[in-house]
Design a protein around this ligand. Structure first.
Ligand code: ADP
Ligand code: MG
Length: 343
């Protein structure tokens, strides 16, 4: 009881200057109006002081109870007692504060959920990376051990084994390069340098570099472009990575037929496309092929040196150009990947 009284007054401390000011003002006004003699003045002072004490007591009590509610809610948030924001109740007088605390609660919730998701992505990514690294390393180890165990002197297999081990080191190198790109993208360190360049010459040169791969697979690689002087805006080095990736994919995932790479002049944009008459991508896979490490057929992709990171990198670079990569595909008939660049 005593401590209650003391605490209520303690909470009222902040009102004391205001009460003193009002009291002094009232006394001065009253003594002017009523022309108090000294004993009347003492009585008036005592009465007003008693009234002040009562006011301070009630103000303190009120403030203490409000702050008590706030403290209680904060405490419950800290100890995770609320399952949803609706459970936070602070009464009518504090409803503005209640709304604020509710939105703070929801913001914290969604921040934490976001962080948890990121953490989960990271763990998943690390798991994938380790798995992808293990595959070629195990294979290389296997070939080397077999060679050391005697196959080295077996003319019918030694060269083949070395060749296979070498292929796996190439895969490993591709994987590391793609991982470096992905980590640069994630950390925002991928520097872009945008310039105007002749898209016709640019595509022609890339296609000439890739042609041997297509010929090896007996696939026609065609270049389609009508405007020889079309200038587009972008980062040539990064776009080369995009076109190379898309064209190599088109060749890799096509068994017979042709691959067409080209540019179409469309108003104030240039549309760049890579299409093939290949195996196509089913509806359910289309939405996932841009995910890191996602491949429709893991073994086939790995066998031909794929990392599953190509399209994730392509997507990022195209988006850094303010565009979006579009895919249309018919399962078993072929696919088209396209995006726009500004003129
Ligand atoms: N032109 C295409 N035709 C059919 N499937 C494709 C094509 N391009 C990509 N894909 C599918 O998307 C997957 C992801 O592509 P990408 O990220 O480049 O990885 P990968 O290293 O396997 O080529 C491929 O494994 C393949 O299943
Ligand atoms: Mg690829």
């Amino acid at each position: 009881m005593m401590s209650n009284l003391k605490q209520n007054f303690a909470y009222a401390r902040i009102f004391i200057p205001a009460i003193i000011t009002i009291t002094a003002f009232l006394l001065i006004v009253e003594s002017f109006i009523f022309n108090f003699n000294s004993s009347q003045l003492v009585t008036a002072v005592i009465l007003i002081l008693l009234l002040d004490l009562a006011i301070l007591y009630f103000l303190g009590q009120r403030r203490r109870s409000d702050l008590g509610i706030v403290k209680g809610v904060i405490n419950q948030i800290r100890t995770n007692s609320f399952r949803s924001a609706d459970e936070i109740k602070m009464g009518n007088d504090l409803n503005e504060l209640e709304d604020e605390i509710k939105s703070m609660f929801m913001k914290t919730r969604s921040d934490i959920a976001h962080l948890k998701k990121l953490e989960q992505f990271r763990t998943e990514f690390l798991g994938n990376v380790s798995h992808e690294l293990r595959t070629p390393i195990f294979a290389i180890q296997g070939y080397i051990e077999t060679l050391l165990d005697g196959a080295l002197n077996d003319e019918t297999v030694n060269k083949i084994f070395l060749q296979k081990a070498n292929n796996h080191t190439l895969n490993l190198n591709n994987l590391l390069n793609d991982l470096i790109d992905i980590s640069m993208i994630e950390s925002g360190q991928m520097q872009m340098s945008f310039r105007y360049f002749n898209i016709h010459e640019f595509l022609e040169q890339i296609i000439n570099e890739i042609k041997p791969y297509a010929e090896k697979k007996n696939i026609e690689l065609n270049f389609i472009s009508s405007n020889h002087s079309l200038q587009l805006f972008g980062d040539k080095q990064r776009l080369k990575q995009v076109i190379t990736n898309l064209t190599m994919n088109a060749i890799k995932y096509t068994n017979t037929g042709s691959v067409e790479v080209g540019v179409i002049d469309e108003g104030n944009l240039g549309k760049i496309f890579v299409r093939d008459t290949g195996i196509g991508i089913s509806e359910k896979d289309i939405s996932r092929i841009f995910e890191r490490f996602y491949r429709v057929d893991k073994d086939r992709s790995r066998e031909i040196g794929g990392t599953g990171l190509g399209l994730a990198i392509v997507k990022h670079i195209v988006e850094a150009h303010g565009s979006k990569i579009k895919v249309t595909s018919e399962f078993g008939k072929g696919s088209e990947f396209s995006f726009f660049l500004k003129k």
